[in-house]
Design a protein. Structure first.
Length: 364
């Protein structure tokens, strides 16, 4: 093949590849029927129709034959309508910024009806087991419905929300029709947070003072002393100065930044079983709960584990960094490195499975 022929074939090959890629994307994104099942009401209805049919055969009553014909016709129409009730729909979802394990998360959705003839009735949307389904009672032709459904994830970590599920019992409740709409959304689920502070800090092994105090520009009285050059005149104790005949300066305490060091031992012996794994999950949740509670109180918090960590910091950015680290934290079979706090003067919360956590000594 000549060089010119090779160059001429590239655009054609790319065009075929582009068409094939679009077809594959369309195939993956298309709604997938989940089948149609008869309900308990439908079974009773069918049984009653069979009994009426048997009576019509035994008696030869034309009226009973008409009743049987109408009942069977309703059964067929119900199956057909329930099948078409879930077609020609387009779904858009907006996931919340933060999703926590075992806590319902609201998923905003927009549902559009692209059909031209019949409206849609009694649509039930859900995102898997555990979450509360959301009913869309009526969707007109070319109409739009918006709402919030619930998503519930049992475990922290990375998950993939593959599909949204629609079901409908319309029109008579005789059949349940299902349709699966692909989503393919990635989720990062944070650890479960316990109510309140969520963790007994004393039981977890808390050490250190909540704050250390020294002379400075705080709010509480530290001492009274003679005024010195460079002192702020606003803090002169005028009443005391009038009694003593010399300027008396009010020295106040200054609070150092409050700090908490969370030391989470993620070393877990192999073969520990499901019980130890569940205990470790609870420790992760305790660490997350303590971090969130103390950050809300104005602390600087750090996270130290055997494999990774988050240095001291405060505010919402630090909260997200700690929650993301804990969401992806795995156990390791060996103690790779020591659990050493970044600031030995900080409060320390030690959490681990090997033995009851002991409070670390605070240097004098």
């Amino acid at each position: 093949m000549s060089p010119g022929a090779g160059r001429g074939a590239d655009p054609e090959r790319q065009a075929r590849a582009g068409v094939g890629g679009r077809l594959r994307a369309w195939y993956r994104a298309r709604p997938v029927p989940e089948g149609i099942r008869i309900t308990r009401v439908g079974l009773w209805y069918l049984l009653f129709a069979l009994l009426v049919a048997a009576a019509a055969v035994n008696t030869g009553n034309n009226a009973l034959y008409m009743v049987v014909a109408v009942m069977l016709a309703l059964l067929v129409v119900s199956g057909f309508v329930s099948k078409t009730n879930l077609t020609r729909l387009a779904l858009e979802v907006s996931l919340p910024a933060e999703i926590y394990a075992r806590r319902p998360a609201g998923v905003a959705f927009t549902l559009r009806h692209h059909g031209r003839r019949l409206p849609r009735w009694l649509l039930v949307l859900h995102f898997g087991p555990g979450g509360r389904p959301r009913l869309v009672p009526y969707l007109p032709v070319k109409g739009t419905a918006r709402g919030v459904s619930e998503l519930l994830v049992a475990r922290r970590g990375r998950h993939r929300l593959e599909h949204a599920h629609f079901t409908s019992l319309f029109p008579l409740g005789l059949f349940r029709k299902g349709m699966r709409y692909p989503l393919g959304r990635e989720l990062l689920v944070y650890p479960e947070l316990f109510a309140g502070a969520g963790v007994d800090l004393e039981r977890g092994g808390l050490a250190g003072e909540e704050s250390s105090r020294r002379a400075g520009w705080g709010h509480e009285l530290h001492a009274l002393r003679a005024f010195r050059a460079g002192d702020d005149p606003r803090w002169i104790h005028w009443r005391k100065s009038a009694r003593t005949g010399e300027l008396i300066f009010t020295e106040r305490e200054a609070e150092e930044t409050l700090r908490l060091s969370i030391l989470l031992d993620n070393a877990l012996a192999t073969g520990g079983g499901d019980e130890l794994a569940e205990r470790f999950e609870r420790l992760v949740s305790e660490a997350a709960s303590a971090a969130v509670a103390h950050l809300e109180r104005g602390f600087e918090v750090e996270l130290v584990t055997r494999t990774t960590g988050v240095p001291f910091g405060g505010g919402n950015r630090q909260r997200i960094a700690i929650l993301e680290t804990l969401a992806l934290l795995d156990t390791v079979p060996h103690r790779r490195r020591a659990l050493t706090p970044g600031d030995p003067r900080a409060k320390q919360l030690r959490l681990g499975l090997a033995a009851p956590a002991a409070a670390a000594e605070v240097p004098a």
